[in-house]
Design a binder for this molecule. Sequence first.
Ligand SMILES: NC(=O)c1ccc[n+]([C@@H]2O[C@H](COP(=O)([O-])OP(=O)(O)OC[C@H]3O[C@@H](n4cnc5c(N)ncnc54)[C@H](OP(=O)(O)O)[C@@H]3O)[C@@H](O)[C@H]2O)c1
Length: 364
Amino acid sequence: VTAHRVIVSALGEDPLDAITHHTSLVEMRMPDPAGLAPGDVIVEIRSAAVGWVDLIMTSGQYQHPPQPPYTPGLEYAGVVAWAGAEVTHVRVGDRVLVDPFLAGPRSHGDYQRYGGFASYGVAPGVAVLPIPGALSFDQACNLLGNYETAYHCLVTRGRLAAGETVLVHGASGSTGLAAVHIAKLIGARVIATGRSDDKLAVVKAQGADHVINTKAPDGLRPFRDDIKALTDGRGVDVVYDGVGGDISVESLRCVRFGARFLIVGWAATPFVSRGKGQRGAPNANVLPTNLIMMKGLDVLGCPTVISTVNDPSLRAPRLQQVLAWAGSGAIRPHVSHVFPLAEFATAMRAKWNGEVIGGCVLHP
Ligand SMILES: NC(=O)c1ccc[n+]([C@@H]2O[C@H](COP(=O)([O-])OP(=O)(O)OC[C@H]3O[C@@H](n4cnc5c(N)ncnc54)[C@H](OP(=O)(O)O)[C@@H]3O)[C@@H](O)[C@H]2O)c1
């Protein structure tokens, strides 16, 4: 047997606990087509993204917790190894990516157990898409989750327009870098923040117009004056906040009257939910209502998947635009780290410790 998959056998107190104590590599065989439906596809996985959500899931601190034992890996790409009789849009040997909302740990139902940290995955045909344009497998497994999130936040919720200025926090991250790319495609001016000059240099090379290092020895360096200097004292039109905590409150002082404040996530405070899959959010972020009121702000929650469950019509135009951009070469996901599957623990720690810029990928 040369095929393997990673399993999370129990939820951890936090992701590092889960990686160290509850996550392992086991052998697997290619799934037997005899047990599959005529609409199913077996994908021989070439690349699987190691995302923030994959990490948070291992401790049950993500809102959508699969039951252990499960195989992590929301998003993956590879080659069709088998396709059922009813599958007509892809055939054996095709290069494909798998829609993370319809298969894998972020999905519901029969295909949730087939995560990307494995040699093979099974997905319903509707979830299996030809890789657009010239994207590599590594890029393809970093496409939908990141760029659909950035699109949902900036376009659907944020109504970002050409000529506007957007402040992107966590811009070296997977969704943050996607937001930089999409904001530039829209024609906006991008001010990106982060805590490392080295990572910010890459973010600038990836398209950000300005970068600001917000790190101070004791935490956050106030950056209101930097933003005011870059916007002629006016403030930004839109904030894309995937970080949360202190940086959110400081950001409320960096916006023009009537700005849109997009709540994307809280990378700085990942433990708003209790570990080991217990529910509850005892330390959720809070924003001062006086600043929201006096600046006439639109504060917009932007959960990509949940919004789509509430309004399925949001998906088609978003997916179509992201695939079109990728197909034309306008979107090219950046991947800084690649590891063999056997080094899944090293890869997950690298992601958790903030070493990665854009995507981190496992090769089964
Ligand atoms: N709204 C949605 O539908 C949606 C979808 C996907 C993800 N999210 C959420 O968005 C957030 C970011 O996701 P992601 O995939 O972009 O994560 P990621 O790849 O890990 O990036 C997070 C970035 O945040 C920055 N950061 C700033 N302060 C931090 C801190 N104290 N600890 C850790 N990182 C810090 C880091 O950049 P520096 O090191 O340069 O500061 C890092 O690159 C997460 O909370 C995630 O759950 C939301």
